[in-house]
Design a protein around this ligand. Structure first.
Ligand code: Q9C
Ligand code: ZN
Length: 349
């Protein structure tokens, strides 16, 4: 399968995140993408460098002030003190209900809170460079599919699906899957289905497309009553305005079996078929894996092959975009299993 990698992903390498009030090593680490790249090469898939600039499409899915903040955040942080080069910034205050988010404070940490949904999305010197190259890779994969490829994979980190129009969160900064879907729209695909199979609800992607009918968003994920991102992802969120009826959430309890997970996938596939999509974008989180350290679904490595095969059965040009998945050493096998499941199923059709 055509696969793009992110040659700058390693420049996003924060050291620690917060967990239960303590600093712990980051789960979302450079090894993750390295394992996937290694598995792709081992199994004979070539890796291409991004070949397009996602900037115009980023401006369609994120706000100007958020993009401006993110691009300059590290230099703003250093401007406070050169010693900050060795310190990770974290937000500590947020504009929740009754507080104003229309006025940007001058204080850097207050602005970081304005543009964050959590304190779990650490930033480092190369975060913008890595995130931007990842969005370029997503655009490049989408463009190949728009120009007739059956499928393409974007192997990138940091992930993207928690990043909304004007905020970062859940290890995500730029919404790569939204970039891919918007790219396909811009190239003339009238209706794009975006299926998110990451363990965590893709709140950012949902919010970006919530009022639109030209991108159908569907997510299978851990019930937000107990699982991150907690404040979005319930079944009664079905879209608004033009987008009413074009958002489908399939939350499942933590501990759900693979058999029940595949039942939800059937529901998702039925809705995609009914929608009449011209292309599919898959937010390919691999944290539904039984061995994932921060998630509680039970897919095996073989189940990821089955997932790829089922998606091929939709018969749609497909862009796969890597999202979460924290059992780093197994990520390569699981990612390539999806892609090969897809290609094998296609071959027998
Ligand atoms: N210390 C994605 O999978 N909190 N994001 C985890 C564990 C956030 C996951 C806490 C999980 C976000 C893209
Ligand atoms: Zn996830």
């Amino acid at each position: 399968m055509i696969a793009f990698h992110n040659p700058l992903h390693h420049r996003h390498a924060p050291v620690h995140e917060f967990f239960r009030g303590e600093r712990v090593p980051c789960f979302e680490k450079p090894d993750r993408a390295q394992y996937v790249e290694d598995a792709l090469r081992e199994r004979g898939h070539d890796l291409l460098a991004p070949e397009l600039d996602s900037q115009p499409v980023l401006a369609q899915v994120h706000t100007p002030r958020y993009l401006a903040f993110l691009q300059s955040a590290w230099s703003q942080w250093l401007a406070l003190s050169p010693a900050n080069a060795a310190v990770q910034p974290f937000p500590s205050v947020w504009p929740v209900r009754t507080l104003r988010s229309d006025v940007e404070p001058d204080n850097f940490v207050a602005r970081l809170g304005l543009y964050s949904m959590d304190n779990g999305t650490p930033m480092a010197e190369g975060t913008w460079a890595a995130a931007k190259a990842g969005a370029d890779a997503a655009a490049s994969a989408a463009d190949r599919v728009a120009r007739g490829a059956r499928a393409a994979f974007c192997c990138t980190r940091p992930p993207g699906h928690h990043a909304g129009p004007d905020f970062m969160g859940g290890y995500c900064f730029l919404n790569n899957a939204a970039v891919a879907a918007q790219w396909l729209r811009n190239q003339g695909v009238p209706r794009v289905a975006l299926l998110d199979v990451d363990y965590h609800h893709g709140n950012g992607t949902q919010s970006i497309f919530y009022r639109r009918s030209d991108v159908l968003f569907i997510s299978i994920h851990g019930d937000p009553c107990t699982e991150y991102p907690f404040y979005l992802g319930h079944a009664d969120e079905t879209g608004e305005g033009e987008g009413a009826g074009f958002n489908l959430n399939l939350p499942l309890p933590a501990g759900t079996s693979a058999a029940e997970w595949f039942d939800a996938l059937e529901q998702a596939c039925a809705r995609i078929a009914q929608y009449g999509a011209g292309a599919l974008v898959v937010s390919l989180g691999l944290d539904a894996f039984e061995g994932d350290p921060i998630s509680r679904f039970a897919l095996t490595s073989a189940d990821f092959t089955r997932l790829g095969g089922r998606l091929a059965g939709l018969g749609l040009p497909t862009v796969f975009v890597l999202e979460g998945g924290y059992a780093a050493a197994e990520l390569g096998t699981n990612a390539v299993n999806v892609l090969e499941g897809f290609e094998t199923q296609e071959a027998v059709q």
